[in-house]
Design a protein around this ligand. Structure first.
Ligand code: SF4
Length: 352
């Protein structure tokens, strides 16, 4: 039996029942693949369902505002994914009459769509023979063929793509790619792969040599850079002062309580007072710390302390800042840990 036959036989018996597998709609597969980047399946399920209730078609999404789209993405992180998805779907509506193209090269030209996602959409939705090589597939093939090259290198990825193309099912390439996803999630897992349960065990070179725990080879990642911030929570007449982040860069366009980066030796109270005075034309007094938390992004980690502040005086706010009431706290997309602070405030405040 070939690798594809063995893998597919296992998949048809053991594959996961996932909401995005219930039909072959390319838009739905696209949404699920973007949500699943850097995010666990269990975390995606509810987001995916809510998303499709609100944006069931490319046309429905294309007409939505970016702020609404970000609010539906709130909590999934890596918000550029949502922005790119919106831009991509608008392009599909403008250029392709609302139908996702079936050619992987064309799919890959859409914003935010890489080779993996293009291969997944083309193979699953349109039965195109295309590889979909992500970290799971790199791990499985490194073990199957005992590849000792660093999987972060492009050359290794290309070698794995070639191997996938040699072994992919010509009849059911989408099922083959999904079977690899499931094998990587359930059997050929990163630590202590479950080789005795594996449908490919008799073909696996790493298992034969008993080196599966040493593969894949991956150069160590750099630790994320730690950034210390202080944020001010100012309440006035039941409303909170919030600010929108710039349109480009980390967490672009998301909302936050006014915050400032702290250098070594900086005093939070002085820094925050200055931030409110110079940037927002508000005079505040800094009171006690009400929340401290850490939030890790791909390349940096925020250590952020939120301080309750007393509002003393201030001018009219400029654009990119406003006062939000309790019910509005849940309607804007928040920047990372600011969501936690907003939720805590909404919980503490009486309903009005
Ligand atoms: S036999 Fe083990 S190492 Fe090889 S593919 Fe299967 S689970 Fe992975």
């Amino acid at each position: 039996m070939t690798l594809a036959t063995q893998l597919l036989a296992w998949y048809y018996k053991n594959g996961r029942d996932l909401p995005w597998r219930r039909d072959k709609d390319a838009y739905k597969i696209w949404v699920s693949e973007i949500m699943l980047q850097q995010t666990r399946v269990e975390a995606v399920r509810d987001y995916y369902t809510r998303w499709l209730d609100r944006f069931p078609t490319p046309a429905a999404l294309a007409q939505a505002s970016e702020q609404e789209v970000l609010t539906y993405w709130q909590g999934l992180g890596y918000y550029s994914r949502a922005r790119h998805l919106l831009a991509g779907v608008r392009e599909v509506c403008a250029e392709y009459g609302g139908r996702v193209p079936d050619n992987p090269a064309l799919i890959q030209r859409l914003p935010g769509v890489g080779e993996y996602t293009a291969g997944a959409i083309a193979s699953i939705a349109y039965n195109q023979v295309a590889p979909a090589v992500d970290g799971n597939v790199l791990r499985i093939f490194s073990r199957l063929f005992c590849l000792e090259e660093d999987i972060a290198k492009t050359a290794t990825k290309r070698a794995v793509e070639r191997l996938v193309m040699q072994h992919i099912s010509r009849q059911c390439p989408g099922d083959f790619n999904q079977a690899l996803m499931d094998l990587g999630a359930m059997i050929c897992i990163p630590r202590r792969p479950r080789c005795p349960l594996c449908p490919l065990a008799d073909l696996c070179e790493a298992y034969r040599r008993e080196v599966q725990d040493m593969l894949p080879v991956r150069a160590p990642k750099k630790a994320p850079q730690l950034v210390t911030l202080a944020a001010g929570v100012v309440q006035r007449a039941g409303k909170f002062l919030v600010q929108q982040r710039p349109a480009t860069g980390l967490l672009a366009g998301m909302w936050e309580f006014p915050a400032t980066e702290m250098g070594a030796g900086d005093v939070a109270a002085a820094q925050l007072r200055e931030k409110f005075r110079c940037e927002l034309q508000q005079t505040v007094e800094i009171e006690e710390k009400i929340l401290q938390c850490r939030h890790t992004f791909s390349h940096r980690q925020w250590d952020i302390a939120f301080y309750r502040c007393q509002w003393l005086a201030g001018d009219k706010l400029r654009e990119q800042a406003c006062w939000l009431g309790k019910t509005e706290l849940g309607t804007v997309p928040w920047a990372g840990p600011h969501h936690k602070m907003a939720l805590a405030l909404a919980e503490r405040l009486p309903n009005k």
